[in-house]
Design a binder for this molecule. Sequence first.
Ligand code: UT7
Length: 322
Amino acid sequence: MAFTTIAGTGGYLPERVMHNREFESLVNTSDEWIRERTGIKRRHVAADDETTSDMALAAANRAIEAAAINVEDIDLIIVATTTPDKVFPSTACILQRHLGIHNIPAFDVHAACSGFMYGLDIADRFIRTGGASCILFVGAESYSRIIDWNDRSTCVLFGDGAGAVILTAGDEPGILSTHIYADGQYEELLHVPAGVSSGFDLLKSQAAFIQMKGNEIFKKAVSTLGAIAREALAANNLDKHDIDWLVPHQANLRIIRAAAKKLDLPLEKTIITVDEHANTSSASIPLALDVAVRDGRIKRGNLLLLEAFGAGLTWGSALVRY
Ligand code: UT7
């Protein structure tokens, strides 16, 4: 049986950088409040004509180059996104068209901020069972399109961007294990109420934007991430002190600090991008991974714990030997 290896990473952030101070003229907030409560200093915002698939393409090209593969080697495309270009076809199919490759499967995974963990789980199963041997997996989001720019409790939190990985079949792990969960009873803690089969007529109203009970999510995230980290370690007979790097979903620096503390990991062993990127949902983990691989912190052979928590509610973790 094959194992899944991360052969290369890539990231893309839109050119436009929006600093906290810019929100002070939009809503009743301050740079100090945003930094203290979230750790965010700035975020990137997609241009009006820049789509999720455009960002996915830029990140994908960088990952393809880093993995030193040819586009023709790719035999499956997965895109994790909650902000697709269109209702259909999938953003993965649009990305496939941009890449100019044909006759391979391509599909989207929709698990909000846990999208990268869900997609990684699926990709790993494809590789281990021989269904694919070279997967392009991208997390890409344009949350700026679904933010209510008049709601201070959400508009300061999110950013746009894309992160990509090339996953190949190898003889050694690789991905050691993945663990994904959901509990739909918490649907309304974090959601966009307007949709297609429900609320289509509300797409031009407030219901088309993110609504979140941030405080409740915060508490659940902290306790759940602790439990899922323990589960991932136990599944591999590993100890928290074996972890070289924590690569968490980047929603809030306080959540990340709490997760690191539970693992006895100093913040220096935690990849943090929330200050520069804000919360980019499905894109946040692959973007963080790419930053730390490219700046040399994450090295081959390192043990990584990836973990995420988000709307659904959904959550997940993975232990990866990079
Ligand atoms: O990635 C998907 C999952 N999402 C998350 O993980 C997000 C989790 N939640 C959070 O990160 C935090 O709960 C927030 C950053 C969203 C909020 O921080 P908090 O410390 O939980 O604040 P809070 O919601 O308890 O609000 C405290 C106060 C409230 O005012 P009152 O009622 O005490 O007068 C809010 O109205 O802060 C107010 N507030 C703000 N003030 C200034 C909320 N947003 C802002 C703001 N600027 N932008």
